[in-house]
Design a protein around this ligand. Structure first.
Ligand SMILES: O=C([O-])CC(=O)C(=O)O
Length: 204
């Protein structure tokens, strides 16, 4: 288990995307707060009513260390799914990071935590805490279905969701693509004639 997670952690998201024909990527509006952040782990999905984050607190209490909270906030950009205190609790309890189809606040404080949060942006307004929502159920986040236990990989290029049932075959394809990319990249330091020949062979 840990092994497959660390193996996916070495592969750039574009290669994983290619291994799934580009079909399981979240919307590109969901970005890491810090470009250097890479996030890999098993999804703990959260379905949140617009503007009410009580269920996020429940998820932080229930999730296992190493899980990634994936929060369907319906794309709302007005009320924050979390601020630095809520994010700090997730970090302190060993949750690996947050993926949010919505916005957060207290950005400075969250950046100081140096903790991976992927979201659509920032706001100043807090959410209510009345209740409702669901945890550990299939959700839609950023246009992709996420089941509990699916593998989530996020980096500066975006977020991909690897269905748990297909992770071994997707890992093999993604590694193959990465090796192909690495080999292909050596062409860039060769003579321009070689590059032209490559293009001629490709384009006919
Ligand atoms: O309490 C909240 O919902 C948001 C917040 O301000 C924090 O996490 O610091």
């Amino acid at each position: 288990m840990t092994n497959i997670i660390s193996q996916f952690g070495k592969i750039p998201t574009p290669c994983i995307s290619d291994a799934m024909q580009g079909l399981n990527n979240m919307n590109s509006s969901i970005k890491p707060l810090k470009e250097s952040h890479k996030l890999v782990g098993r999804a703990f999905p959260v379905k949140m009513p617009v503007g009410d984050n009580r269920v996020v607190l429940q998820a932080i209490r229930e999730a296992q260390p190493g899980d990634v909270l994936v929060i369907d906030a319906k794309g709302d950009t007005y009320r924050a799914v979390a601020g630095d205190f809520v994010v700090g609790m997730a970090q302190a309890l060993g949750i690996k990071g947050l993926i949010v189809d919505g916005v957060i606040r207290d950005i400075q404080g969250i950046k100081e935590l140096d903790y991976p949060v992927f979201c659509k942006g920032t706001t100043v307004a807090a959410s209510g805490k009345a209740g409702a929502g669901e945890i550990n159920v299939p959700i839609s986040c950023g246009g992709v279905t996420v089941h509990p236990g699916d593998l989530i990989v996020g980096d500066v290029d975006g977020v991909v969701v690897v269905p748990q049932t297909k992770e071994q075959s997707i890992l093999a394809k993604a590694m193959e693509k990465m090796e192909k990319d690495q080999k292909r990249a050596t062409l860039l330091s060769s003579h321009p004639d070689e590059i032209r020949k490559y293009l001629d062979d490709l384009l006919g």
